[in-house]
Design a protein around this ligand. Structure first.
Ligand code: AMP
Length: 197
């Protein structure tokens, strides 16, 4: 069985944490564009140097560059049984790019997990993360900017997937395990069963 999944939610919704749990349970890799960019910045690669200032401001890396990175990652053998995308696609152009890539392989997304968390709650969680992890893009300005981009560009992509009937809206407020269970239940109801208990 393959599981091609996407998790969407505002920054601070806990999608990173939930994404790792889901991917493990389904035996697929997490493909997080944010993680890929941060790893490149830390390692000082050419790509990292190109995107540092963009990430610090909370802006989006150009679609073309991001698309190349995602296609390359999804073409690796470990993504054959599926993947859990986190942070991509983030706007309408990226949805189109991903569609073209998957269609060419005769594939499509099986489910989009939408983790819903009110803006105030995301802000509070992000500010906490800023003090705990010291991420350079967790300044109040960058946080607000990223949430604006989410509301203006990313939230609307859910409509595009919604019309395909693959969106699962999950209440992202509650305990971590409770939320994980909500996600597993919603996926199971679609016939998407985890391979690891
Ligand atoms: P994240 O870890 O998903 O919050 O992403 C951190 C930052 O990486 C974002 O604020 C963007 O600057 C960049 N980024 C991550 N994913 C994308 C994407 N799909 N398109 C463009 N930029 C991205």
């Amino acid at each position: 069985m393959t599981a091609r999944l996407l998790i969407v939610g505002p920054q601070g919704s806990g999608k990173g944490t939930q994404g790792v749990r889901i991917a493990e349970a389904f035996g697929v890799p997490v493909v997080s564009t944010g993680d890929i960019f941060r790893a490149n910045i830390t390692q000082g690669t050419k790509l990292g140097k190109k995107v540092t200032a963009i990430l610090d401001k909370g802006d989006l890396v150009p679609d073309k560059l991001t698309g190349e990175i995602v296609r390359d990652r999804l073409s690796q053998p470990d993504a054959e049984p599926g993947f859990l995308l986190d942070g991509y696609p983030r706007n309408a152009a990226q949805v189109k790019d991903l569609d073209a890539f998957l269609t060419a392989q005769g594939a499509s997304l099986d489910a989009v997990i939408l983790l819903e968390v009110p803006r105030e709650e995301s802000m509070a969680r992000l500010q906490l993360r800023a003090t705990e992890q010291g991420r350079t893009d967790d300044t109040p300005e960058a946080i607000a900017h990223r949430l604006d981009i989410y509301e203006n560009e990313t939230a609307p992509i859910v409509d595009a997937y919604g019309s395909r009937g693959i969106v699962e809206r999950i209440d992202g407020v509650g305990g971590l395990d409770e939320i994980t269970e909500r996600i597993f239940a919603a996926l199971a109801a679609r016939g998407l069963d985890r391979v690891v208990a």
